[in-house]
Design a protein around this ligand. Structure first.
Ligand SMILES: [Zn+2]
Length: 97
């Protein structure tokens, strides 16, 4: 008989680092054509998505990592009238949380 040894579980704490909730001089993107400022589309062309999976003992799969490569252009457009707002894409990425 083996002597039972109580091992302490290492409690892992997930620290969620949040960006400070400050929006200095935030300008909301607004479609200059229809005035929409809520609905936007990001369109990526020629996207290759590679996902790595591990097969478990019971035959099921668990995704481990995925990698998305965009070879084409990424366009940003108004979700209402479809106007091309790609010039605002950088701003969109900066405001994406
Ligand atoms: Zn629009």
């Amino acid at each position: 008989m083996r002597k039972g040894k109580i091992t302490k579980n290492n409690l892992r704490r997930f620290v969620v680092s949040k960006k400070p909730l400050a929006y200095p001089g935030t300008t909301r993107i607004m479609c200059p054509y229809c005035g929409n400022d809520e609905d936007f589309l990001e369109l990526a062309e020629n996207v290759t998505i590679t996902t790595r999976y591990v097969q478990n003992e019971d035959g099921s799969f668990t995704p481990v990592a995925d990698d998305t490569q965009v070879f084409g252009e990424i366009r940003f457009s108004c979700g209402k009238c479809g106007a091309d707002l790609t010039k605002y894409h950088k701003h969109f990425l900066e405001m994406l949380f």
